[in-house]
Design a protein around this ligand. Structure first.
Ligand SMILES: Cc1cc2nc3c(=O)[nH]c(=O)nc-3n(C[C@H](O)[C@H](O)[C@H](O)COP(=O)(O)OP(=O)(O)OC[C@H]3O[C@@H](n4cnc5c(N)ncnc54)[C@H](O)[C@@H]3O)c2cc1C
Length: 338
C-alpha cells in the first residue's frame, strides 16, 4: 500500500539543501506499487516529479504536484559467460552501492564512475560520466514505465540517444518515462580505462599497480574526496554547468587570445572546461550572501546555509552572462531546475 502525504518538505531530499514544499509526496518501495500509484487521483491529476537522491536538481520554488521518491531496491546477476556479466539493478539503489557490488566481484567497466552521488535510475538521465567513462559505455538496456499509460517499455541502448550529459529522457522524452531498472554489461576480463590523465598520475604517484577494478575504484574515490565538496557538509549538486563544445575556428580564435586555455579534442569538436572559463571571469571562491562558487572548483555552486533556489539560479545567470560577455560562449546548466 502506498501512502500519499500532503504538503511535504523536501529540504533533506535535495543535496543543495534547499527548503521547498511539494503538494503531494509518496515513497515507492516496490515495483508492484506502481499500479496503485498510476491509478491514484493525486498522480493522475497533478504534475509529477520522480526523485532519486536529489543530487542533480535545484528547487527554485515549491512544487505544485506529486513527488515520487524512488526507493526500488535490488541488484541481481541476470546472466554471465566467460567474458561478460549482465547485472540488473533497480532504479532506487544508490549508484555507488552498485559500483561496490561490481568491483567487489572484480567486474570491469564501472569503476571510474565510483562515488557519483544519486540513484541508479537517474544515472542514465544525464548519461553520468567521470574519469573518461560514461554510463552509456556499460548500458545494456533500461526498463521504464510510460507515465501517461503505465505501460512497461524496455529501451535498448541505441534508443536512449546518449550524448554528453544527455539522453532521450532528459531531452525528447523529458518527463514521459520513469526509469525503474537498468541492466549493465560489465567485463570479467581486466580492462582498465586510465586515459584520464589525473587518474593515471594519481596511480603513478601512489605507486599503485592496477590488479583489480577495486584498485581503480579506490583511486577514483580518493581523488573525488580531495576535490569535490561533500553535500553533507556544504549544499551543492556537483558540477552546475556543462563543459562547452566549440568548433575548430572558435578554438583557434580563443587560443590566439588565451594561449593557456585547456581543451580536449572529442570527435569533430573541441571541449573547453566550463570551470576554466568561470574561473577566468573571476568567480572562483566568490560569495554572494548565502550562495557562492566553490573555492576549489569553479563549476560547483554552493549553498552556505539558508539559501533559496532562486538565489542559486540568479548566481548561475550572472555567471552565464559574464562567460558569454568575455568569451562569446554560452555555457549551459547541467542541473535540472524546478
Ligand atoms: C558532489 C557531487 C558530485 C557529482 N559528480 C558527478 C559526476 O562526476 N558525474 C556526473 O555525471 N554527475 C555528477 N553529479 C550529479 C549527480 O550525482 C548525477 O546526475 C546523478 O545521476 C543524479 O542522481 P539522483 O538520483 O540524485 O537524481 P535526482 O537529482 O533525484 O534527479 C535528477 C533528474 O532525474 C530525474 N529522475 C530521477 N530519477 C528518475 C527515474 N528513476 N526515472 C526518471 N527520471 C528520474 C529527476 O526528475 C530529475 O529531473 C554529482 C553531484 C554531486 C552532488
Amino acid at each position: 500500500m502506498i501512502e500519499i502525504k500532503k504538503d511535504y518538505n523536501l529540504t533533506k531530499l535535495n543535496t543543495f539543501g534547499i527548503s521547498a514544499q511539494t503538494k503531494f509526496f509518496v515513497e515507492l518501495n516496490k515495483e508492484s506499487e506502481l499500479k496503485e500509484l498510476f491509478l491514484s487521483s493525486e498522480f493522475k491529476n497533478n504534475e509529477k516529479l520522480f526523485l532519486g537522491g536529489g543530487s542533480n536538481i535545484l528547487f527554485t520554488k515549491d512544487f505544485n504536484g506529486i513527488v515520487i521518491l524512488n526507493k526500488l531496491k535490488g541488484i541481481e546477476i541476470l546472466e554471465e559467460n566467460s567474458e561478460n556479466v549482465f547485472i540488473k539493478s533497480m532504479g532506487g539503489e544508490i549508484w555507488h552501492n552498485l559500483v561496490l557490488f561490481a568491483v567487489n566481484k572484480n567486474y570491469w567497466g564501472i569503476e571510474n564512475l565510483s562515488l557519483i552521488p544519486g540513484t541508479v535510475g537517474a544515472a542514465p538521465m544525464q548519461n553520468i560520466g567521470a574519469y573518461g567513462v560514461e554510463i552509456k559505455d556499460i548500458i545494456e538496456n533500461i526498463e521504464t514505465y510510460e507515465i501517461k499509460t503505465g505501460k512497461k517499455k524496455i529501451f535498448e541502448k541505441k534508443e536512449c540517444e546518449f550524448g554528453y550529459r544527455d539522453s532521450v529522457f532528459k531531452n525528447k522524452l523529458k518527463g514521459q518515462y520513469f526509469i525503474s531498472a537498468v541492466v549493465l554489461k560489465l567485463s570479467k576480463k581486466q580492462n582498465q580505462n586510465l586515459k584520464y590523465r589525473a587518474l593515471q598520475e594519481y596511480l603513478d604517484k601512489s605507486n599503485i599497480k592496477v590488479g583489480s577494478s577495486k584498485d581503480v575504484s579506490d583511486a577514483v574515490i580518493e581523488i573525488r574526496r580531495s576535490k569535490l565538496p561533500d553535500p553533507k557538509v556544504i549544499g551543492n549538486a556537483g558540477s552546475f554547468f556543462k563543459n562547452v563544445f566549440v568548433s575548430k575556428q572558435k578554438l583557434k580564435d580563443l587560443l590566439a587570445e588565451y594561449k593557456n586555455m585547456p581543451y580536449y579534442e572529442e570527435e569533430e569538436n573541441f571541449k573547453v572546461p566550463a570551470g576554466w572559463l568561470i574561473e577566468k571571469c573571476g568567480w572562483k571562491g566568490k560569495r554572494i550572501g548565502n550562495v557562492g562558487v566553490h573555492e576549489k572548483q569553479a563549476l560547483v555552486l554552493v549553498n552556505y546555509g539558508g539559501a533559496t533556489g532562486k538565489e542559486i539560479k540568479d548566481l548561475s545567470e550572472q555567471i552565464i552572462a559574464s562567460v558569454e560577455d568575455k568569451f562569446g560562449l554560452k555555457i549551459e546548466r547541467e542541473v535540472n531546475l524546478i
